[in-house]
Write a protein that binds this ligand. Structure first.
Ligand SMILES: Cc1ncc(COP(=O)(O)O)c(C=O)c1O
Length: 337
C-alpha cells in the first residue's frame, strides 16, 4: 500500500496489477494470459460478449449461482438451463453435445461446482467439434485453475479461497480474447483514449492487487490450513450418511464446505436451533429464481432439483477450531444417524 502512495498509481493497470497478473500466470502449467477484472460476474459477461454473437442462446447449468445467468444476460445472450450429471453435479460435454443436436446454441458456460475440478480438456474438444464457444465459470476454482484450454473465469471475492474483497481474473490461451476483454474492461480503449467497442469499466484497482499479492505470498500456508480444517470436519462426520464433494480437502480446496445429505432443510433447521448458520449457496436452482423463471429450459432439471434439496453449505474456515467442529458434528449426527 505504501508503494501505491509512493507512485501515486491507484488504478489503470499500475505496477501492482501487472505484478499480480504475472504471479497468477505463473501458476498455470502452459503459457496463459491473465486479465484481472473487478469481479467474476463482469468477467464472465465480458468474456461471453467477446466470444458469442449477441442475441444467441447460452447454455448454463441450472445448478449454479445467479451470477452465471446474469452474466449471459448482460452479454446480450439468453440464458437457457441444462441439467447436471447426477453424480458430479456438473454440466458435462456429453449433456451439451446431446442438446446442440436440436437447439441453436451460441455459447456454453460449464461451471466448476463450488470450485471442484471439471474436465476442461473435454470442453476444449467439445468447442473444437461443435464450434460452440465455451467459457468456464470457475468462480470458486482458484485452487484447481492451473490450465485453461478453454477461457476460465476465477472469482477473487472475499468468500473465495484467495480473496481480495472484490476481484476476478480471466485465464486464457487466446491472446486476441485477452486483448479484447482487456479493452472491454477499460471503456473500449486499446492504449489510446479512443473507444473501439462497447465496453465497461471493470478494472481491478491497485489496492485489490496489493491484497492479492499478499494473499499469494501466504497461499501455501493458507491452503495447508484449509486442507487441515477440511480433513478434521470430514473426519468428525465420517460415520454419517453425509457426503462431501469428491476430493475436497484432499486433492483440492475451496473456502466453502458443501455437504450432500438426505434432507438439507431438516439439517439446516436443527443447526439453526443451535445457532449454527448454514448457507444454501445456490438456492433451489437458477430456474426457480424469480429473475430466471421465464428463461428457457433445454431439458428436465431432475438432478438439479435433487441436488438443491440435498445440498447444504456448512460453516467452514481455515481456522475453524476443534470445539466448533465438535458442535457441528454433534448437531448433525442428532439429525442424521
Ligand atoms: C458459480 C459462480 N459464478 C459467478 C460468481 C460471481 O463471482 P463474483 O462475486 O466475483 O462476481 C459466483 C460467486 O460466488 C459463483 O459462485
Amino acid at each position: 500500500l505504501r508503494e501505491i502512495d509512493a507512485t501515486r498509481w491507484y488504478s489503470n493497470f499500475g505496477p501492482l496489477v501487472q505484478r499480480f497478473e504475472q504471479r497468477l500466470a505463473e501458476r498455470f502449467q502452459t503459457p496463459t494470459r491473465i486479465i484481472t477484472l473487478a469481479n467474476a460476474t463482469l468477467a464472465l459477461a465480458l468474456t461471453l460478449r467477446a466470444r458469442a454473437p449477441r442475441g444467441g442462446v447460452c447454455l448454463i447449468p441450472a445448478w449454479s449461482f445467479a451470477a452465471s445467468a446474469h452474466a449471459a444476460h448482460w452479454a446480450g445472450l439468453t440464458p437457457c438451463f441444462a441439467d447436471v450429471d447426477a453424480q458430479s453435479g456438473v454440466l458435462t460435454p456429453e449433456i451439451a453435445r446431446a442438446l446442440v443436436q436440436d437447439h441453436v446454441i451460441a455459447a456454453v458456460m460449464p461451471v466448476l461446482p463450488f470450485g471442484a475440478p471439471i474436465d476442461l480438456e473435454a470442453w476444449a474438444a467439445f468447442e473444437c467439434d461443435t464450434g460452440v464457444a465455451v467459457v468456464g465459470d470457475a468462480a470458486a476454482g482458484f485452487d484447481v485453475a492451473r490450465v485453461a484450454p478453454v477461457p476460465l473465469v476465477v472469482s477473487l471475492h472475499a468468500t473465495k479461497a484467495l480473496g481480495v474483497g472484490e476481484g476476478a481474473f480471466l485465464a486464457t490461451q487466446d491472446e486476441a480474447l485477452a486483448a479484447d476483454v482487456r479493452a472491454m474492461s477499460v471503456f473500449g480503449f486499446k492504449g489510446t483514449r479512443e473507444a473501439f467497442m462497447p465496453a465497461l469499466n471493470a478494472k481491478l484497482s491497485e489496492y485489490a492487487a496489493a491484497v492479492g499479492l499478499a494473499a499469494l505470498d501466504q497461499w501455501p500456508q493458507t491452503r495447508r490450513r484449509f486442507m487441515q480444517s477440511a480433513q478434521k470436519l470430514r473426519g468428525a462426520l465420517s460415520d454419517t450418511p453425509l457426503k462431501f464433494q469428491d476430493g475436497w480437502g484432499a486433492d483440492w480446496i475451496s473456502a466453502t464446505c458443501i455437504a450432500e445429505l438426505p434432507e438439507a432443510d431438516k439439517a439446516a433447521r436443527a443447526l439453526a436451533l443451535e445457532d449454527i448458520e448454514t448457507r444454501r449457496w445456490w438456492g433451489r436452482g437458477l430456474h426457480r429464481q424469480p429473475a430466471f423463471r421465464t428463461a428457457p429450459q433445454a431439458m428436465a432439471l431432475m438432478h438439479t432439483n435433487r441436488l438443491a434439496a440435498q445440498t447444504l453449505g456448512l460453516p467452514f474456515a481455515f481456522d475453524l477450531d476443534e470445539a466448533a467442529i465438535e458442535r457441528i458434528a454433534k448437531t448433525l449426527k442428532g439429525v442424521l444417524v
